[in-house]
Design a protein. Structure first.
Length: 396
C-alpha cells in the first residue's frame, strides 16, 4: 500500500471520485503544495502533480510522488500526458496551479506553453476543464502592470484566480484551507449558487465597565460551519461575527460586532436571500457603563435594561430568516413547542432548537422546526450546518 492510501478519505468523502491535476511552478511557495495535496487526498481526491523545471529546484520529484501516490509529470512525452489528463473526455475534474509565478501566469495568458504546466493549462482551457490559478510572488511583481493585465486576461478567459494575500511586501499564496474551500465549491452540487446568504454568529458582549462585560460561552463554531458550507455550496456568503473563540475563514467576507446595539445598526444593511442566526445574543445590557474599571472588591449595584430584539428587525428586511433557540432541561416536545412559539412570534421560516445540556464541542443535539414539521438533525455541527442549508435550498 502506498502511504497516500493510508490517508484516503480519512476526513470526508466530499471529493471521492474526483481527479485533480495540480500544476506546481518555481515559487518558494511550492513548499506548500505537499500539505495541500495530502489534504485533498484526505477528502477523497486523486491528485496528479505536474512540475515546471523551476519547480524542481524548490520541491523534489520524490516528495511529490510520496505526497500524491503518483509519479509527477516533469515533461510532455510521447504519451501525450497533457491530452490524457486534461483533453476532451479526460479524467480530470479540475486543473489547479498552486502556486503560480508571474512568469507562468503571463505565459498562460498569452497562449505560450513551453513547460509541462503551461502546456497543461493550454489544453485544460481549450477543453473546458475548470482551471484555477493561485498566484505567489513578491508584491512588486504582482503589481507590475503587465502581470495585472495578464491576470485580468485569465479572468476574462474563465480562469479562477485565488488570492494572493498581500503581507509584508509579499503576494502570498492562499492557504491550504482556502484552496480546500474553493475546491469543495467547484465540486459541489451548487444548489445555493447565486444566492446571498448571511450568517450571524458568535456572542454579544455588553459592557459593564471599560474591562468587564455581560456575555456567554458561545464559541461561534456553528456559525463558522454554516458559513463555510454555504460558501462551498455556491452561495455568495457573508459572515457577521460577535465574540468567538474559533478561527474565522479568511475567504468569506466578514464584519464584526460587539453589542446588540451595534448589530442592530448593521441590520439596516441586510439585503440577502436568507439570513441564518445562530448568534447567542444578550437579553439585557447595563443601563450605565462605568468609564474605567470598577475597583476590585467594591460593592456593585447594576441596573439591567432589555436590549432590542434582533430577529424581528432582520425579518423586516428579509423574507427567509432562520433563528435558533437554545434551551436546557426540556424534553423534545417542550423544546419543539418553545421553538414554534419563537417561529410564529417573529414570522420566521424555521427555528433550530438545540439542547445545550446534550450538545458537545463538535456536535449538536438539534431539531429544525418549521410551521408544518419538526425534524431531528442531531449530528456533528458540520452535518447540522448542511441540514440547515438543505432547508435554505428548498426555500430559495
Amino acid at each position: 500500500m502506498h502511504p497516500s492510501e493510508e490517508i484516503f478519505c480519512t476526513k470526508s468523502n466530499k471529493l471521492r471520485g474526483k481527479t485533480i491535476v495540480m500544476g506546481i511552478t518555481g515559487s518558494v511557495a511550492a513548499v506548500e503544495c505537499f500539505a495541500t495535496i495530502r489534504e485533498l487526498i484526505r477528502h477523497g481526491a486523486k491528485v496528479f502533480p505536474v512540475m515546471s523545471p523551476e519547480a524542481g529546484k524548490i520541491v523534489t520529484h520524490g516528495s511529490l510522488e510520496f505526497a500524491s501516490g503518483n509519479v509527477p509529470v516533469t515533461e510532455i512525452t510521447g504519451k501525450a500526458e497533457h491530452v490524457s489528463m486534461l483533453g476532451d473526455g479526460s479524467m480530470a475534474d479540475l486543473f489547479l496551479i498552486y502556486p503560480a509565478t508571474a512568469n507562468t501566469i503571463s505565459k498562460i495568458a498569452q497562449g505560450i506553453d513551453d513547460t509541462p504546466v503551461t502546456t497543461m493549462a493550454t489544453v485544460a482551457m481549450g477543453s473546458g476543464v475548470p482551471t484555477v490559478v493561485a498566484p505567489a510572488m513578491h508584491d512588486s511583481m504582482f503589481r507590475n502592470p503587465a502581470v495585472q493585465r495578464n491576470i485580468r486576461q485569465l479572468k476574462e478567459d474563465g480562469v479562477v484566480i485565488l488570492g494572493p494575500h498581500i503581507e509584508d511586501l509579499r503576494a502570498k499564496v492562499v492557504s491550504k484551507e482556502e484552496v480546500m474551500a474553493w475546491v469543495f465549491r467547484f465540486m459541489s452540487k451548487n444548489d445555493l449558487k447565486g444566492k446571498k446568504v448571511l450568517v450571524i454568529g458568535g456572542r454579544s458582549e455588553e459592557p459593564i465597565d471599560s474591562m468587564r462585560m455581560i456575555t456567554n460561552r458561545s464559541t461561534g463554531l456553528m456559525a463558522v460551519h454554516i458559513a463555510e458550507r454555504a460558501f462551498e455550496r455556491g452561495a455568495d456568503t457573508e459572515l457577521w461575527m460577535g465574540g468567538c473563540s474559533v478561527p474565522l475563514p479568511e475567504y468569506i467576507p466578514l464584519k464584526r460586532f460587539e453589542t446588540v446595539d451595534e448589530l442592530m445598526r448593521m441590520v439596516r444593511k441586510v439585503d440577502h436571500d436568507v439570513v441564518i442566526v445562530p448568534a447567542a445574543l444578550a437579553d439585557f445590557t447595563s443601563q450605565k457603563v462605568k468609564k474605567g474599571k470598577i475597583p476590585s472588591g467594591a460593592s456593585v449595584k447594576m441596573d439591567l435594561i432589555p436590549v432590542p430584539k434582533v430577529l424581528p428587525a432582520i425579518r423586516s428586511r428579509c423574507k427567509n430568516v432562520i433563528g435558533f433557540k437554545a434551551e436546557s432541561g426540556l424534553d423534545r416536545e417542550a423544546l419543539i413547542e418553545r421553538a414554534r412559539c419563537r417561529l410564529e412570534e417573529y414570522s420566521l421560516s424555521a427555528v433550530v432548537a438545540n439542547d445545550i445540556d446534550v450538545a458537545g464541542k463538535m456536535s449538536s443535539s438539534a431539531v429544525i422546526v418549521t410551521r408544518d414539521d419538526a425534524k431531528d438533525i442531531s449530528d456533528t455541527k458540520a452535518n447540522v450546518a448542511d441540514s440547515i442549508l438543505d432547508l435554505c435550498a428548498d426555500l430559495l
